[in-house]
Design a protein around this ligand. Structure first.
Ligand SMILES: [Zn+2]
Length: 180
């Protein structure tokens, strides 16, 4: 943090990429970056367990790779049906940036977004979606529907799927297994 503390904080936590080096130019470099970010999303997902919420975590980084939004599923905690991880991360990112357009941003989430969250990604003009586990029952970014790459929409989102898929699926399976 510099001597402009408040401004720096509002611009988000700096992640360990060199200036101008996000996303990395090589395929292996990008994969490593998505895996590192997914680790943060998985950590956020684990906090949902305290309120008995389904453990899904999400974050938003801007075009320079700075963290600008973080969220986890809080439906049980808040009683809000729209309190999905992605929506909360997008809201925080918009607040951090001071505008609703999240142009150039990447949303990272442990589970493939639902219809509502896929719509929110389009509404926010997010550039890229990085997801962990696919959701063959309700996924709306490639599984059941593909809203973010529908040519009828006025915006398209690049989708990177299956990042740390096993871990992202395991935290959900463990959650549901203990509730049988
Ligand atoms: Zn959702």
């Amino acid at each position: 943090m510099g001597d402009d503390g408040g401004r720096t904080a509002a611009q988000g936590l700096a992640l360990p990429w060199a200036d101008g080096a996000f996303p990395p130019a090589t395929v292996s470099g990008r994969r490593a970056a998505w895996e590192a970010l997914m680790g943060l999303a998985l950590h956020e997902a684990s906090h949902a367990l305290a309120s008995d919420d389904v453990p899904v975590g999400a974050l938003v980084v801007d075009a320079d790779g700075r963290l600008v939004g973080l969220g986890r599923n809080r439906r049980e905690e808040t009683g809000d049906p729209t309190a999905h991880a992605e929506v909360l991360a997008l809201r925080q990112a918009a607040a951090t940036r001071g505008e609703w357009r999240l142009t150039g941003c990447t949303l990272v989430v442990t589970l493939e977004p639902c219809v509502m969250c896929a719509g929110a990604l389009l509404s926010a003009r997010v550039r890229r979606l990085v997801l962990g586990a696919w959701d063959p029952k309700a996924g709306a970014t490639g599984s059941v529907w593909d809203l973010v790459r529908d040519q009828r929409a006025n915006h398209a989102v690049e989708v990177v799927g299956g990042v740390r898929e096993d871990e992202c699926g395991a935290i959900l399976r463990d959650f549901f297994d203990t509730r049988r």
